[in-house]
Design a protein around this ligand. Structure first.
Ligand code: ARG
Length: 394
């Protein structure tokens, strides 16, 4: 039997290679994706082979990640439970898609992942497989095996001469890509405890951030960011640059208790400097160009879209249908937003668009006002008619 494994090089997936060989007599092909984890993944090549894989595929998926997953979520304004920008959740369907492609090319019998039975990620991987390759078998060793703890896994690794990272034990479980970092476990499992300074990976604490603000200008075209401070950037570079700038100023930290799909509440912290800045700027530009009904209706769509990403329903009819609505709203989301970053806070200080619906001559209280004040009287009379009728009943 041939199995393609989503391989990160960490303890779990290293142990999984050996475990699949032992328990399924499998030939294991490893697959690793570069999603901007912030580390060189080339060393995984040697490591996977030493651990027993017969072959490894390494793919740089950063650009596809941004263009086909992050940008649609940004345009939709998708934020889970008002806080989480979905960095981990967005990466899963993409990894699954490529895992399936490798499985097809290799004529493999199954794919395998290292997710636990308590999390959302198993659902996301397996729903992507259900949608894209419904007959492909999925093996989830962590749900099956008896290795109940990290210690048991380390023991298994030593017994089977699996090379495992000898680095100092990290108390956190961290998932990182260029859209953000998700951190859980250790002391964070107590929701009353403040996250220790060392839990954060890419942001400076606001206390230690520069005491001078910086200003920046983001330019959007049809809902997508294309320039930063007047300079064009590729999508991946733009996000990296904003992560760097925002991270330095302590932007994008989130501490939350979230509702997992499997029914558990979990306390996690997140860092998403670029995401925080881009969401804020994008939403602000929308306030200039979308009318009231469309803007407020889109808030409902944003919430639904976030849930769909969180729940692993990326490859669904509903997502395509929502994209239809979202893309229609974005045709005039073009213009510039000026922001100020200062000690953990990103705020918008200016916005402009050639499609702006803001009219100075209607809004102004100064000279030049074109608004017909007298028409307000009749408007109020009709708008208030039901209240007057009810009021007269006493
Ligand atoms: N709770 C987040 C989600 O479901 C992140 C999960 C992965 N986090 C981690 N530290 N491994 O999308």
């Amino acid at each position: 039997m041939k199995v393609v494994l989503a391989y990160s090089g960490g303890l779990d997936t290293s142990v999984i290679i050996k475990w699949l060989i032992e328990n399924y007599q499998a030939e294991v092909i490893a697959f690793s994706a570069d999603l901007g984890q912030g580390e060189n993944i080339e060393p995984l090549r040697k490591k996977a082979m030493e651990t027993g894989a017969s072959r490894i595929y390494i793919s740089d998926l950063k650009e596809e990640f941004v263009t086909d997953y992050i940008f649609p979520a940004l345009k939709a304004g998708a934020i889970y439970e008002s806080k989480y920008l979905l960095a981990t959740a967005l990466s899963r369907p993409l990894i699954a898609k490529h895992l399936i492609e490798v499985a097809k090319a290799e004529q493999a019998d199954a794919i395998a992942h290292g997710c636990t039975g308590k999390g959302n990620d198993q659902v996301r991987f397996e729903l992507a497989v259900a949608a894209l390759a419904p007959r492909l078998r999925v093996i989830a060793p962590v749900r099956e095996w008896e290795l109940g703890s990290r210690e048991a896994e380390i023991e298994y690794a030593q017994k089977h001469q699996i090379p495992i990272p000898v680095t100092k034990e990290n108390p956190y479980s961290i998932d990182r890509n260029l859209w953000g970092v998700s951190i859980e476990c250790g002391i964070l499992e107590n929701p009353w405890e403040e996250p220790p300074a060392d839990a954060y990976q890419i942001t400076t604490s606001p206390i230690d951030a520069p005491s001078q603000p910086i200003y920046l200008e983001v330019e959007f075209e049809e809902g997508l960011p294309v320039k930063l401070n007047g300079k064009s950037f590729s999508p991946v570079d733009l996000i990296n640059e904003l992560n760097w700038m925002g991270g330095e100023h302590g932007i994008g930290r989130v501490d939350m208790v979230e509702n997992r799909l499997v029914g558990i509440k979990s306390r996690e912290i997140y860092e998403s400097p670029a995401g925080t800045i881009l969401y804020l700027a994008h939403r602000e530009l929308e306030t200039m160009v979308l009318d009231r009904e469309t803007g407020q209706f889109k808030e409902l769509i944003s919430r639904q879209y976030a849930r769909l990403i969180y729940d692993g329903l990326w490859f669904s009819q509903l997502r395509e249908a929502l994209d239809g609505f979202v893309n229609k709203t974005q045709t005039r989301v073009t213009g510039q937003v000026r922001l100020k970053l200062y000690k953990g806070n990103a705020s918008v200080v200016g916005r402009q668009s050639p499609y702006s619906l803001y009219r100075y001559d209607l809004a102004t209280y100064e000279e030049g006002d074109l608004f017909d004040h007298r028409s307000a009287e009749g408007f109020i009379r009709l708008f208030g008619l039901p209240l007057r009728i009810a009021g007269e009943l006493g």
